[in-house]
Unconditional design. Structure first.
Length: 67
């Protein structure tokens, strides 16, 4: 069972971002983002600087897409 939040932007400490559906496995505390093309990428909980959504947007105009 995953916690899921669509339309999410993840800003990483490296200065880039990914957008898609955020999924968190509450048992193992694994973080995933599912991109629009269906690709699922995992990331460490200490690798991101900010997670935002439509309700809590973040300015990504100065950032590059990670992939």
């Amino acid at each position: 069972m995953f916690y899921s939040k669509p339309d999410t932007t993840v800003v990483f400490n490296s200065g880039c971002f990914l957008q898609g559906e955020l999924r968190v496995d509450p048992v193992s505390l694994s973080y995933f983002i599912v991109l629009d093309d269906g690709q699922e990428l995992s990331f460490a909980d200490d690798s991101y600087a900010e997670i935002s959504s439509k309700e809590n947007p973040v300015d990504i105009s100065e950032l590059d897409f990670c992939v």
